[in-house]
Design a protein around this ligand. Structure first.
Ligand SMILES: CSC[C@H]1O[C@H](OP(=O)(O)O)[C@H](O)[C@@H]1O
Length: 371
């Protein structure tokens, strides 16, 4: 990938889908062809594509690829057969990874969309239904980028306001929340991009983010690619950075934000938030509203994915820990709302009501379409 090319986690042209294999980054840039829902499911499960928004868009596009190719092969006798297959495949896609709610919101919303389209089409309008699904999947990809740019600008405004810094900000982020975690621009990394565009970013610190190394392998890659002033640190260096007064704020992404504001995000986020509280550093979440799950009242209800021991004990296939040692490998943790300064979305930044330790997202976003 040349310096001037766009960083694209997903490519979709004329019904043909490819995705950037993030397991091989940053040393190898390779796009895999995705020709079916199962290809999409496998890529999500193996984390060839990852990041809450990117997972949802990749799933939607893999459905469209499959539906289009089956339609062209006359596999559907009528729109009812197409609809039933699409609903089954959306349900299957939901089983690929459990924590990021964007995938579940997308699947449930797409089901309603397909059923509504089915109701108004004649039984033999198979191609029309397939094309409607394709158009909507493509729109999800475009909408994600638009939302991320709004998140970036709202986030930049919120950070300047909270830190009262009129000059350049030094901001820490965790994991990867950029173009490689979304359909483009990014969420928390989008905030850093917007700060940089406004000449307000003095330094972006990114943590390595063990064990998958989203920070060292992906965020560092994005920062260098976009020529943002980036510094890579080990996860264990965060509190020392704060003690040395080297950071003004933190912004991270999210995989699932529940009604009271408790937020599941990459493992290690919780301890960063604790250190922010101790060092009185603002701690922001940045995410599209498709990351919000109002059906859960607190973070204790969030299912935390645990991943394979080999992902903890090896890097790029090279084992470096004792093969027999047991491993605990939760991919996420939950940061309580009390440690969160604000939640930045495409609709603006939400704060806890005066005197409250938690958010009231159900009422704060009552009039917002959540997908
Ligand atoms: C904008 S990406 C949100 C979120 O997704 C990442 O998880 P993973 O790399 O395991 O898919 C990480 O938690 C990011 O903060």
């Amino acid at each position: 990938m040349t310096q001037d090319s766009n960083l694209e986690s997903l490519r979709y042209v004329d019904g043909k889908m490819t995705l950037l294999d993030q397991l091989q980054l940053p040393l190898i840039v390779h796009y895999d062809a995705i020709t079916s829902v199962q290809d999409g499911w496998d890529a999500i499960r193996e984390m060839k594509v990852r990041g809450a928004p990117a997972i949802a868009v990749a799933a939607a596009l893999s459905l469209s690829v499959e539906i289009l190719s089956m339609t062209k092969a006359n596999k559907f006798s009528d729109t009812s057969a197409l609809k039933e297959h699409a609903l089954e495949q959306l349900e299957h896609l939901k089983s690929s990874r459990p924590t990021a709610v964007n995938l579940f919101n997308m699947a449930d919303w797409f089901k309603v969309y397909i059923e509504d389209k089915y109701e108004v089409l004649s039984k033999d309008s198979v191609l029309e239904l397939a094309e409607a699904i394709d158009e909507k999947a493509k729109k999800m990809m475009v909408d994600d980028v638009s939302k991320n740019k709004l998140i970036g600008d709202h986030g930049a405004e919120a950070m300047v306001k909270m830190t009262q810094k009129k000059d350049e900000l030094r901001v820490l982020t965790h994991c990867n929340t950029g173009s490689l975690a979304t359909a483009g621009y990014g969420t928390a990394l989008g905030v850093l991009r917007s700060l940089h565009a406004q000449n307000l970013l003095k330094r972006a610190y990114c943590t390595e983010t063990r064990p998958y190394l989203q920070g060292a392998r992906l965020t560092a890659f994005e920062l260098s690619h976009d020529k943002l002033p980036g510094t890579l640190i080990a996860d264990s260096m965060v509190s020392m950075l704060f003690k040395n007064k080297m950071a003004d704020a933190v912004v991270v992404g999210a995989d699932r934000i529940v009604a009271n504001g408790d937020t599941a995000n990459k493992i290690g986020t919780y301890q960063i938030a604790i250190s922010c509280a101790y060092h009185k550093i603002p701690f922001f979440i940045a995410a599209p509203t498709t990351t919000i799950d109002l059906s859960l009242k607190s973070g204790d209800q969030i299912v935390i994915e645990e991943r394979a021991a080999t992902e903890m004990k090896s890097i790029s296939g090279v084992m470096f820990a004792d093969p027999d040692i047991e491993v605990w490998n939760p991919a996420f943790d939950v940061t309580p709302a009390t440690l969160i300064t604000g939640i930045i979305t495409e609709c603006g930044t939400f704060y806890k009501p005066e005197g409250s330790d938690t958010f009231d997202l159900s009422s704060q976003i009552a009039n917002i379409q959540l997908v």
